[in-house]
Design a protein around this ligand. Structure first.
Ligand code: HEM
Length: 524
């Protein structure tokens, strides 16, 4: 209506003529778009997929919750590991095999390094956060900083912090076993907060744990990344809340949680520095120091304040919930598979005797079973099942299928890690599959130039936590907990950027003198 009044006002045409002109202009635009698309495609077919609805395309065809399962089903139905969709004209491609993901996202990385615009996450309050940055100079800058900080050879400096927090976790589980989810949250949060901001967590009630939990809730319940109505119609962002869908209302409601994640730890560090307080070494402290020295010399600082907040918040936001969720999947599988649990405990007892694991134990062949449990946890339930979408820069052709420029490309980690042509009995939790020669999982950390920068740190954190808590505790299911006793396919997962099993109960009972082992480890 506003557009019609504008056209008729500017051109002094009667409103009915303005409407006709607008409709004609729109039809012309669509026709032009269609003709140029068909010319570019030159008869090469798009990847197959289910029938679309007129105009909306697959908007209502792709389930809003946990679409990874529907993609797996369609992949079988259409006998293709590459599927094609369009949502309101936006092409979407889903890769359902490791081969397709490696061929495109890894081997043709430059063409698949872009991201869509994540309007829902912008509405939630994310700013210059690597995960959501489009390809370009800011992406390259943030990627370079974080990749260097978290490369395999650099993260050995974090082992002291990871070990300290592991011991803290063991004492927390001993003191308050029923709050095990919070204790694990504290572990995951303390590591990324320590590395990102140099901030220590002192109690289970520390406000930073709640902050992390709130941000996780916001990230985990808004809907598929770049897949909600406002991501397709950014204009919806300006409508009042009563006119918009659930996901945008949710993003607005939880905006405070994401802003707090960016602002609170940043200001704590800056305030402490300005007041001459202690300056723990951290990612943010290094970046602030670099900015200060560039300002002192009169040079244009490479990083703005928003860059620094965004880089550190990326570590906090991307690192804590995913690590925590992976530990939740581990616990679930330990109580669902008591044989695996008792074998792991036997392996740990034989290899370690009367002491806790350290990172020096990780490479020991006698402990390969623990490494396999970590790999199987990452495979059995990739906590970011459709990952974060990439976006194509230019048109591409793959196996005689046309992938247009600007397509959103999802690697379906769930399909890749449960591919029956790669993994025997893929729904079963079987750490021994790797000893039998099945390949270690790929896809749970994404692919190509956007692959998770924190993957080595995350695996190290999950390994030390797993080895220590399996060494110290008997884990038992609570009778009649449906989540635990039901079959694999019925485990209900949360839906969002991270996805993990819904709440379940677990009994933690010490099987060693936990305090004595922690004390002994501290003396070494
Ligand atoms: C088990 C734990 C983790 C899982 C499963 C995980 C998974 C992922 C996935 C699937 C992506 C998207 C990759 C792609 O687009 O191809 C990603 C990106 C990212 N992850 Fe992780 N992650 C974990 C832990 C961490 C940690 C500990 C950090 C912190 C250092 C971190 C930082 C990031 C960042 C900054 C990105 C964005 C990379 C980019 O867009 O260029 N992640 N992660």
């Amino acid at each position: 209506m506003a557009l019609v009044s504008l056209v008729s006002g500017v051109t002094a045409l009667p409103p009915s003529v303005a409407v006709v002109l607008l409709v004609l202009a729109l039809a012309g635009l669509l026709m032009h778009h269609h003709i140029s698309f068909e010319r570019r495609r030159a008869g090469v077919p798009l990847p197959p997929g289910p029938p679309a609805e007129p105009v909306l395309g697959h908007l209502r065809v792709i389930p809003a919750a946990n679409p990874e399962y529907a993609y797996m089903q369609w992949s079988k139905e259409y006998k293709s590991d590459v599927l094609g969709f369009h949502i309101l004209g936006q092409p979407v491609v889903v890769l359902n095999s490791a081969k397709a993901a490696v061929d495109l996202l890894d081997k043709r990385g430059a063409n698949y390094a872009d991201r869509p615009r994540f309007v829902l996450f912008e509405a939630m309050g994310f700013k210059r956060t690597l995960t959501f940055l489009r390809a370009g100079p800011a992406f390259r800058l943030h990627r370079r900083i974080l990749q260097k900080r978290f490369q395999k050879s650099a993260i050995t400096v974090d082992q002291a912090l990871q070990t300290k927090e592991t011991h803290q976790m063991l004492l927390g589980l001993l003191a308050n076993p029923s709050a095990w989810e919070t204790v694990l949250r504290r572990f995951a949060t303390a590591i990324v907060l320590g590395i990102g901001f140099g901030i220590s967590i002192h109690t289970d009630a520390d406000p930073y744990i709640q902050m992390a939990e709130d941000a996780s809730y916001a990230l985990g319940h808004g809907g598929a990344p770049a897949g909600t109505p406002v991501d397709y119609f950014p204009g919806l962002r300006w409508l009042p809340s009563w006119m918009v869908d659930r996901s945008l209302r949710f993003a607005r409601t939880w905006h405070w949680a994401i802003r707090k994640l960016h602002e609170a730890p940043y200001h704590a560090v800056v305030t402490s520095a300005e007041g001459g307080g202690p300056q723990a070494s951290s990612l943010i402290q290094g970046l602030l120091a670099q900015r200060q020295s560039q300002l002192h010399t009169g040079a244009e600082p490479e990083l703005s304040e928003d860059d620094i907040k965004g880089a550190a918040a990326a570590v906090y936001a991307a690192g804590q919930d995913t690590t925590w969720a992976t530990l939740i999947v581990l616990i679930l599988n330990m109580i669902r598979n008591p044989d695996v649990l008792s074998r792991a405990q036997q392996v740990l007892d034989d290899a370690l005797g009367d002491r806790l694991p350290t990172f020096a134990d990780r490479a020991r062949p006698e402990l390969a079973y623990i490494e396999h449990i970590v790999s199987e946890t990452l495979r059995w339930c990739p906590v970011s099942p459709v990952g974060v979408p990439h976006r194509t820069v230019a048109d591409d052709v793959y196996k005689d299928m046309f992938i247009p420029a600007g397509a959103y490309v999802y690697a379906n980690a769930r399909a890749i890690t449960h591919d029956p042509s790669v993994y025997a009995n893929p729904d079963a939790f079987e750490p021994d599959r790797y000893a039998r020669g099945e390949p270690l999982p790929v896809g749970q950390f994404g692919f190509g130039r956007r692959i998770c920068v924190g993957q080595h740190l995350a695996q190290a954190s999950v390994w030390i936590a797993a080895a220590a808590l399996l060494k110290c505790f008997k884990l038992k299911a609570v009778k009649n907990d449906r989540q635990v006793t039901c079959t694999d396919s019925e485990v209900k997962l949360t839906n969002g950027l991270t996805s993990h099993p819904n709440q379940f109960s677990c009994l933690f009972e010490p099987r060693v003198d936990v305090e004595a082992l922690v004390r002994k480890a501290g003396e070494v």
